[in-house]
Design a protein around this ligand. Structure first.
Ligand SMILES: NC(=O)C1=CN([C@@H]2O[C@H](COP(=O)(O)OP(=O)(O)OC[C@H]3O[C@@H](n4cnc5c(N)ncnc54)[C@H](O)[C@@H]3O)[C@@H](O)[C@H]2O)[C@@H](O)CC1
Ligand SMILES: Nc1ncnc2c1ncn2[C@@H]1O[C@H](COP(=O)(O)OP(=O)(O)O)[C@@H](O)[C@H]1O
Ligand SMILES: [K+]
Length: 514
């Protein structure tokens, strides 16, 4: 399997957001989240029996989220191992996974389950906390937000006041999984069983008195889940809108492209950006392409640059124009005649905006690529060679290494397009597996450029913008090809963008604070 790409070392700490993304992408790869929860709960049970072999009486304290879900699984496994198990639930779980495991415990007449939604109800169960040989803290994990509310705060106090050793599920409740901070209080565990990889906060200075001994347990997440682009990656993009939003709030993209010969490419970029959910997509193009764009669609604003191609005399005008935009995409349809390459070099070097460099602009910059924290190159194999001087390797692992190495050298994000798209910012690698050979039709790269520019208005993370753009572009191609086979055009992809994005993005309308 050439996909045996394991380009991350397996003990680096991760953030709760990264864990959420890996979890959702493992599910997209076909590993159900309920399986992850079952493995997590079973791992807790195994560690309790292994670390406290003399324990007979176990109290499991479960929150209302998936951390609680893990607790219910652990309770079932420990009950199955012959221990005397009592469970306190701080309310009925709402999420389906935790709910399923809550129900599975509720039906076991051999397990005593009490619900306590208030401090008073908890205090009535005080003797359970003193009865236990071991207490499992399954109250809060990576979903903790802000200061502890009730009855969680009382639950933490009762657990800490009990003499029995505590075993924390994933994160000691009350500890911030990313910083290790404790706002008011947290469970002081003898042992923390965390899943898949250590959350950064567990390793922080001063966290040890809460974490106790740390055990990292695999739960069946395949290594590909660390690098594949999937639904989880949408968590990096903000598609929400305020009720009092105004034009431009949701992104302005400037497309610098087109020439006498090519007018379609910049249009594909602009239309794809609009369909991705930006407010404005403007093309700055040589007259013939600008006229064609104006004639083609009222959705596109076109600023004409006199003459048949981008030239040095246009640079100042383009730079001034760019100041009014959030992201600039440069390259599609420019051609490489005359002064165009020099004009591209000048603009790329001086534009102070997030930049997507595609197509002819990559070739124009070839020898001296521009780097920057918000610069993204979207080459196909030939353009990668023009950018770096080297052919991209054929094997996926080698290809990922090459993209990462060159992204690091140039100091930009590189998204190398192909059967699998490989993106890197020099440190992280993302691999997109969506798409279809029907997409070799001209213009699909322009659509990807439009998606990338649009998504760069929705996040500060250009690698994730490019990765999610590739994911959406590929799915749009697959859906178009499902209807039209190998007869799709780039326009068919653009039509599919809204339904693909809406399947994974949260498009909330937030009411502004009065
Ligand atoms: N992400 C993954 O890969 C996996 C996660 N799993 C478990 O799922 C957990 C994350 O689950 P969730 O995202 O549901 O979050 P949690 O279960 O950690 O907490 C969310 C729940 O706690 C409540 N809550 C949050 N902050 C609170 C506060 N300050 N005071 C009182 N209540 C508060 C929320 O209303 C919600 O009901 C992980 O820690 C882990 O234990 C496991 O099932 C294995 C797979
Ligand atoms: N054989 C393929 N299988 C799946 N997706 C492909 C394939 N070839 C290209 N694509 C997709 O088509 C889009 C454009 O890629 P490409 O054709 O290399 O760029 P360009 O249109 O700029 O030449 C990318 O999103 C890429 O993932
Ligand atoms: K916990």
């Amino acid at each position: 399997m050439f996909l045996s790409v394991c380009i991350v070392d397996d003990m680096e700490a991760i953030s709760s957001l990264e864990m959420y993304v890996v979890d959702r992408n493992a599910e997209w790869l076909g590993v159900p989240r309920l399986v992850l929860m079952e493995n997590a709960g079973a791992a807790v049970a195994r560690n309790v029996v292994g670390r406290f072999p003399g324990a007979r009486r176990v109290l499991v304290v479960c929150g209302t989220g998936d951390n609680g879900g893990d607790g219910y699984v652990a309770a079932r496994h420990l009950h199955g191992a012959g221990l005397w198990v009592r469970v306190v639930g701080l309310g009925e779980p709402r999420e389906e996974l935790a709910r399923a495991n809550f129900e599975a415990v509720r039906r076991l007449w051999g397990v005593e389950l009490a619900l306590a939604a208030t401090p008073l109800e908890l205090l009535a169960l005080q003797d359970w906390f003193l009865w236990a040989d071991v207490i499992i803290d399954a109250v809060l994990g990576t979903g903790v937000r802000g200061a502890l509310r009730e009855p969680h705060a009382t639950a933490v106090d009762l657990m800490n006041a009990a003499p029995a050793p505590k075993v924390a599920v994933d994160v000691p409740s009350g500890l911030d999984p990313d910083t290790g901070e404790v706002r008011d209080k947290a469970v002081r565990a003898a042992l923390t069983v965390t899943f898949h990889k250590p959350k950064r906060g567990l390793l922080a200075e001063g966290a040890r008195r809460y974490v106790g001994e740390l055990v990292v347990e695999p739960i069946g997440i395949p290594p590909e889940a660390e690098v594949v682009v999937g639904p989880g990656d949408f968590a990096y993009l903000d598609f929400s809108r305020r009720a009092d939003a105004k034009k431009g709030d949701h992104g302005r993209v400037l497309v610098v492209g087109g020439s006498l010969e090519y007018s379609g490419a910049p249009m594909y970029v602009a239309l794809a950006a609009l369909r991705s959910g930006v407010d404005l997509a403007v093309i700055a193009a040589p007259e013939p392409a600008a006229q064609a764009a104006k004639a083609y669609s009222p959705d596109i604003i076109a600023v004409p640059l006199e003459g048949p191609r981008l030239s040095l005399r246009h640079v100042e005008k383009v730079l001034r124009l760019a100041e009014k935009f959030d992201v600039v995409a440069i390259g599609p349809g420019l051609g490489l005649e005359g002064e165009t390459p020099d004009a591209v070099k000048e603009i790329a070097a001086r534009v102070k905006k997030p930049l997507v460099v595609d197509a002819d602009a990559i070739k124009a910059l070839g020898g001296s690529p521009v780097g920057g924290p918000q610069v993204v190159y979207t080459p196909h194999a030939g353009e990668f060679k023009a950018l770096t001087g080297v052919e991209p390797p054929r094997g996926l692992r080698e290809r990922a290494e090459a993209v990462r190495e060159w992204a690091g050298r140039i100091g930009a994000v590189i998204l190398l397009k192909g059967r699998y798209d490989v993106a890197s910012d020099g440190r992280r690698v993302k691999i997109n597996t969506t798409g279809t050979p029907a997409m070799t039709v001209g213009g699909t790269g322009d659509v990807l450029t439009g998606l990338t520019a649009a998504f760069m208005t929705k996040t500060r993370d250009p690698l994730e913008a490019a990765a999610v753009a590739a994911f959406v572009n590929g799915l749009a191609g697959e859906e178009a090809a499902a209807q039209l086979g190998f007869h799709i055009t780039a326009s068919d992809l653009i039509e599919k963008i809204p339904s693909v994005v809406r399947r994974y993005a949260r498009e909330d309308i937030t009411s502004p604070r009065p």
